[in-house]
Design a protein around this ligand. Structure first.
Ligand SMILES: Nc1ncnc2c1ncn2[C@@H]1O[C@H](COP(=O)(O)OP(=O)(O)OP(=O)(O)O)[C@@H](O)[C@H]1O
Length: 696
């Protein structure tokens, strides 16, 4: 820990300056926010960065911290460029209080400071000592108070506490005194003045209360992405003959406006574009007042040992552990959300097993039986029809058809008046007339608008006829029964239904989509609230963020999978002939695919609505094309190739093979499912890490 606290020696030429910005440019799309900005913050100084709203102060601070990349120029912070391998900026050398609160609402004050303490590698005792000091100094409520329940001003003070926690060498405070009462504001400034006196700490502070910046050693007045003036507050006031810093600032703005309008008017009297005037007039990257960058200086060259480079890239378990503990604490504080995560898949699979794939029940069918005798074959045959599925309603010919046309009955079953005698003749005579064949047949008119119901009626009638023939003819039944015999199935059971087919794919799909949704949302919200930036400045890398999320979500997925399997196998009696470990492994890996895909969405999309739309948008197409609800073999060819490349097509097939055929990893159809899943996991994780890295 000691070693980490020591700052690396500054590069030659940078001694004495904590921050050095040279010709810094930064744009958002076409909006040029920083234009050739030069700024120096001396070691042991408080630098007050002042300027109107939107002039680029926050952007500059983010560039200094390395959370935003500069388009042009050079920045060095405590001797090296931000995010240089082995440098602790971002890291424990810098304390950052962002303009947004960037705090976890479910955390207590103590959780918040402990979390940042862990990331900075402070011992429990050090963190506790600092916490006691900060709670007292910042006049915070008891440290067990939840951040979400604090007032706006109290939250800002907690945020400031988190920035001061590790006694950093550089403090970057973006409007720390907003919403803070004057007494505490004075106390905070006094603290800053005290800590810089040691000469080891430097502070950059932005504020809207211009007068409070008089306590800074140097103030920089920013306007339109440039530094208008830089110097000691008293000097600036004197040079502008102003009694207050605010008046001096107004004076400087007016002077700047006059200079700009003078130069933006062409000799012919036309008005030039402001950018042209900027290029053609005085070098506005230099402050009107102040020392400026001095003579052109050679940029220092930085080199780094390959071992340091490797250590810089490698994830730190300390950070991963801190992030996992953070997620666990947040989960504990949100029991409703946790229950939702655990119960939703259980509810979904229960609904699926209860509502999809079973035999339709209570289907009304009209029966027109022209035979009257109770011992007739027609009565006997109808008695074999499965009563739970088919409800027979005896009607006249006219009533039956009228009812079927009205949608009251799903079909009409008709028997002629000589059905018994004609059927007997059909069975025992070698040659019979067409009339006998016709009269000895069961006539069925079906409503085929619902294929599942129609198929069930056809099957139930065929089963009833087979049972009837067996009953009437015993050993001689072969004369009348259908001459195709379905033997014991090679795999599966004769009673297997659509539920059996659809369940493995549905389980994978449920696990995948829950993981996508939860991951995509949590990351997008964290980034939007500035939490990701804050963690990054504290020294957490994109890879560590991804790994920590993966590990904590794995815990959630494991519980989800256990609950799903218990329900599926024990309650709904879905068969499993295979190795349960393989079943669990494949489902968990598909959950990881969901997490990694969620990471890709959240790393590339900035707001919840778009992230939700992306997650929902792929849900249905993927479900349909992955062969989860209907066999892949039915998909037309060009689309089938796409289907086979999707993360869940081969995986669903593999899970069916494990569960219903009892196959192991030696079978191609099984290992292919695992291989495709692992391939997608790797691809998504790399993609998410790269996008996160490129966007910071
Ligand atoms: N992510 C972004 N995408 C596009 N434009 C942005 C983004 N962030 C900031 N800007 C724009 O850049 C300009 C400078 O913003 P910045 O937040 O740096 O100003 P500021 O001086 O800190 O303002 P304030 O004092 O109100 O916080 C503004 O015009 C703002 O609209």
């Amino acid at each position: 820990m000691k070693a980490e606290q020591e700052a690396p020696p500054p590069s030659p030429g940078l001694e004495g300056s904590a921050i050095r910005c040279r010709e810094v440019c930064r744009s958002y799309g076409k909006l040029k926010v920083l234009s050739n900005l030069n700024l120096t913050v001396k070691q042991g100084y408080i630098y007050g960065l002042l300027g109107p709203s939107g002039c680029g102060k926050t952007t500059l601070l983010k560039c200094i911290l390395g959370t935003l990349k500069i388009s042009r120029g050079h920045i060095s912070v405590l001797g090296k460029p931000p995010a240089f391998p082995g440098h602790q900026v971002p890291g424990r050398m810098v304390g950052y209080m962002p303009q947004d609160l960037a705090l976890y609402n479910e955390f207590s004050i103590s959780d918040t400071l402990t979390f940042f303490g862990r990331i900075h590698g402070l011992t429990t005792m050090d963190t506790q000592a600092r916490m006691d000091f900060l709670v007292d100094f910042l006049d915070l409520p008891h440290n067990s108070s939840l951040v979400g329940k604090l007032s706006g001003g109290q939250k800002r003070r907690v945020s400031l506490g988190a920035a001061l926690l590790q006694n950093p060498q550089l403090l970057i405070l973006d409007e720390p005194t907003v919403g803070v009462d004057p007494v505490l504001r004075a106390k905070i400034w006094q603290h800053l003045v005290d800590i810089v006196k040691t000469g080891k700490v430097s502070v950059v502070i932005t504020t809207h209360y211009i007068e409070e910046a008089r306590q800074a050693n140097v103030v920089g007045l920013m306007r339109n992405g440039r530094l208008l003036a830089e110097g000691e507050p008293e000097t600036l006031m004197k040079q502008n003959s102003a009694a207050t810093l605010e008046k001096a600032f107004l004076q400087l703005c007016e002077t700047s406006d006059q200079v700009s309008s003078k130069h933006s008017t062409s000799p012919q009297g036309g008005v030039l574009e402001s950018s042209q005037s900027f290029e053609s007039s005085r070098d506005e990257s230099q402050p009107i007042l102040g020392a400026g960058p001095g003579p052109v200086e050679e940029l220092p060259k930085y080199s780094v040992d390959w071992k340091v480079r490797v250590r810089h890239v490698m994830p730190k378990w300390r950070n991963i552990a801190a992030l996992i503990i953070k997620t666990t604490v947040r989960m504990k504080r949100m029991p409703g959300s946790l229950c939702f995560q655990f119960l939703l898949p259980v509810i979904q699979i229960s609904l699926m097993c209860l509502c999809i794939g079973g035999d339709p029940k209570g289907i009304q069918v009209a029966v027109v039986n022209n035979e009257t005798s109770s011992s007739s074959f027609s009565q006997s045959l109808l008695s074999f029809l499965d009563n739970s599925s088919v409800q027979q309603v005896n009607l006249s010919h006219a009533e039956a058809f009228a009812g079927a046309y009205n949608g009251e009955y799903w079909g009409v079953i008709g028997f002629g008046k000589n059905f018994t005698s004609y059927l007997t003749k059909r069975m025992i005579q070698r040659q019979v007339s067409k009339e006998v064949v016709d009269g000895g047949s069961v006539h069925v008119w079906l409503d085929l608008t619902n294929q599942q119901i129609a198929m069930m009626l056809q099957k139930k009638l065929a089963d009833a006829f087979e049972d009837f023939v067996q009953y009437k003819m015993g050993n001689m039944s072969y004369l009348a029964s259908f001459p195709v015999k379905f033997e014991e199935p090679i795999y599966g059971s004769l009673n297997s239904d659509f539920t059996t087919f659809v369940t493995p794919g549905a389980v994978l799909s449920i696990t995948f989509y829950l993981a996508v949704g939860l991951t995509a949302l949590s990351f997008v919200i964290e980034r939007k609230e500035g939490l990701m930036d804050r963690c990054w400045v504290a020294g957490v890398s994109s890879l560590e963020t991804v790994l920590a999320h993966l590990i904590s979500q794995l815990f959630v997925i494991s519980i989800q999978v256990i609950l799903l399997l218990l329900l599926m196998l024990l309650v709904f009696k879905i068969p499993n002939e295979g190795n349960l470990v393989l079943v669990i492994a494949l489902i968990v890996l598909q959950g990881v695919t969901g997490i990694s895909f969620g990471l890709v969405i959240s790393s590339s999309i900035d707001d919840e609505q778009n992230a939700n739309q992306a997650a929902l948008g792929i849900f249905y197409p993927n479900l349909i094309v992955s062969g989860i609800i209907w066999p892949v073999e039915c998909i037309p060819y060009p689309l089938r190739y796409i289907s086979l490349a999707l993360p869940q097509t081969y995986a669903s097939e593999a899970l069916r093979c494990i569960m219903y055929r009892g196959w192991g990893l030696s079978r191609m159809m099984v290992w292919r499912g695992f291989a495709v899943t692992l391939g997608w996991n790797t691809f998504f994780l790399i993609l998410a890490t790269v996008i996160l890295k490129l966007r910071t």
